[in-house]
Design a binder for this molecule. Structure first.
Ligand SMILES: NC(=O)c1ccc[n+]([C@@H]2O[C@H](COP(=O)([O-])OP(=O)(O)OC[C@H]3O[C@@H](n4cnc5c(N)ncnc54)[C@H](OP(=O)(O)O)[C@@H]3O)[C@@H](O)[C@H]2O)c1
Length: 283
């Protein structure tokens, strides 16, 4: 499927976590292979956002893409999720930390705006706290100032989202969560997202669900039982299944062949009965 620059977001996102010195080269390679969505975070502990910027620059210089072709997503991360390499003054208020982190992200990515700005995780595993409300308001201000088009939250429970709604907070455009098959593929959060027109981004679709990748049902769907997917791999079936559920998947593969396979998974035919069967597999 060709890139769709006019759509508000792509249908696959390339994740740049844990790539360290290979971040620039792998970001450029992902763009060469056809990815148009890039996920990063201003959290040096797990991401090298500046390296993403170098990869983007290389792709622009090589004429592979322009900034307008891309969906760039980054995140604000609270101090407990960071190491000593902070993108803000830890003594500043949370609102100022958000502004400083965003300014640093724009500098790393050499752009005047990102497409999505995500709260990496709420400050508490249980509640949407006053700190989260302050950060969310600061993120809204970044959006209103044109430095991001859309806002998201990550690593949230249905309870967090319900709490946001009860507080009459603006709901996010995106939720980005680890998607466990054993939790019905995060069914509770996905159903909240569906009801509130929030796009659900799923990560760790492969790594969190090894038992599914090795399940006989998935094996049967990679073979001759589905003519159009005769050569599909288990990973491709899982990504196609995720798309069928309305999940916007992330992949952080470092392998060019896997990049191609992940993108072409969108073309696999998966009948509704197969989608239902996989959804019911675990949880
Ligand atoms: N918001 C958050 O807190 C958070 C947390 C974690 C991740 N993320 C985001 O999500 C992105 C993806 O992370 P992830 O947790 O899903 O894991 P990942 O880093 O993408 O790892 C995926 C694994 O699956 C393998 N793989 C990918 N495509 C494959 C294929 N077609 N066939 C076989 N193996 C394949 C990869 O191996 P190869 O490299 O060998 O292909 C890799 O071992 C991250 O880079 C990050 O941007 C966000």
């Amino acid at each position: 499927m060709p890139p769709q620059p006019s759509s508000p977001f792509p249908d696959f996102i390339y994740g740049t976590a844990w790539k360290e010195d290979r971040t620039a080269a792998l970001t450029e390679l992902a763009l060469r292979m056809g990815f148009r969505g890039i996920d990063t975070a201003n959290q040096r502990r797990h991401y090298f956002e500046e390296g993403v910027g170098h990869g983007l620059a290389a792709a622009y210089n090589a004429g592979i893409v322009t900034r307008d072709d891309l969906f760039l997503q980054t995140k604000f991360t609270y101090q407990p999720g960071q190491d000593h390499r902070l993108p803000y003054d830890p003594a500043a208020s949370l609102s100022i930390q958000v502004a400083q982190s965003m300014a640093s992200s724009l500098d790393h990515l050499a752009t005047d705006h990102v497409d999505s700005y995500v709260l990496h995780g709420p400050s508490s595993n249980h509640d949407w706290t006053d700190a989260d409300a302050e950060v969310w308001e600061a993120m809204r201000q970044e959006r209103d100032a044109g430095r991001t088009r859309l806002l998201g939250v990550s690593n949230v429970s249905r309870r967090h989202l319900q709490h946001m709604a009860a507080d009459r907070a603006e709901l996010p455009a995106f939720v980005q969560n680890r998607c466990y098959a054993r939790l019905g593929w995060d069914r509770a959060v996905r159903s909240f997202c569906h009801d509130h027109k929030i796009v659900y981004q799923g990560f760790s679709l492969l790594t969190a669900n090894q038992e599914v990748l090795h399940h006989p049902l998935i094996a049967s769907l990679t073979g001759a039982s589905l003519a159009a997917s005769a050569n599909a791999t288990p990973a491709q079936v899982v990504f196609r299944f995720a798309h069928s559920l309305g999940i916007l998947p992330l992949t952080g593969t470092t392998n060019p062949e896997h990049m191609k396979q992940d993108l072409t998974s969108r073309d696999i035919e998966l009948p509704p009965e197969a989608v239902q069967a996989i959804e019911a597999l675990a949880g």
